[in-house]
Structure formats: C-alpha cells, structure tokens
Design a binder for this molecule. Sequence first.
Ligand code: NI
Length: 177
Amino acid sequence: MALREVLQFPDPRLKQVSEPVSEVTDEIRELARDMCDVMYDEPGIGLAAPQLGESIRLIVVDTEWTEDEEAERDPLVLVNPEIVAREGTLTWSEGCLSVPDYTADIERAARVSLRAHDLDGKPVEIEADEIQAVCFQHEIDHLDGVLFIDHISRLKRSLYVQKRKRALRDEAEASAL
Ligand code: NI
C-alpha cells in the first residue's frame, strides 16, 4: 500500500488549529496506522495528524525504535494529548518531516506531564523528559498549527523561508523541463 504524503512547509494546512477527537472510530485507528507507517518509513520519531492533512488532535511518537526490522515496535498513539505540567528548560536540535532540509536549536521544557487517551478511549498519563519531552512538545505544537521554525528568531526564519522558496522554484523548473 502506498504511504500517505507528508505536507510540507509552507502548506497552509500546517497552520490550522486541529479539532479534538470526539470518538475513536475505525477511521481514526486506520489513520493512526498510516501515521506510524509514515513515521517509520521516513524515518522520524513522531508525527501529528495535520502533517497528513487531517486536522484532528492525534499524534504518534516512538523515540526508541531502531532500524532493526526484527525489533518489536511499540509506538505511542495519543488522542487529544495535552501538556498539563512543564518543568525546567532544555535546548535540543530539532527537525521536522514537514520542514525539509533544516534543523535548529529550540528551547523547550525539560520535563512534561501529559494527559491523553489511547485508541481504546482509555485515559493515559505520561511523564517524559529528554528527547521524549521534546518530541511531545513538538508534535502537540503541530496540533495548534505551530512549527518548530515558529520558535526561532525572525531573521533565521526568514533565511529559511527564502531558502525553501528557492528550492521549490528549482523543483518547479526541473519538472517543467
Ligand atoms: Ni514536526
């Protein structure tokens, strides 16, 4: 089966605030599977539903998976995730499947407490630190239409926007040949 396409900056759908999931339906479970497939294929350590053009509050995260095909994969699929407590700060070099060819140091909370529901509709509570805390904050930002480049300085951001526009122009010219 073909993998779904990840929307890329500056697609306006990435700026939308996503709607809460009112009920976990088969469509939501299928979307979660598609999201995991895309995450492991890209590869990435997290993905939010809006990145596949679905404006709903659903994320998948797996900061521990390895390329080893034999290893069992255990993604966290979180419905309506919400950060309820933050502590400390840390700086992490972040990238994003929706922001091609760019990474930047971003300051985040060092530890977060999260509330969400799983795919069975059961409430879950998670405490995270290090890369997992960073990943949750990054993915939940996506649900609010926020990208990691919205956290960098205006100058750095405009340099990236110019670079991205050039790349898109080059792509368009190449495909016109
Ligand atoms: Ni991202």
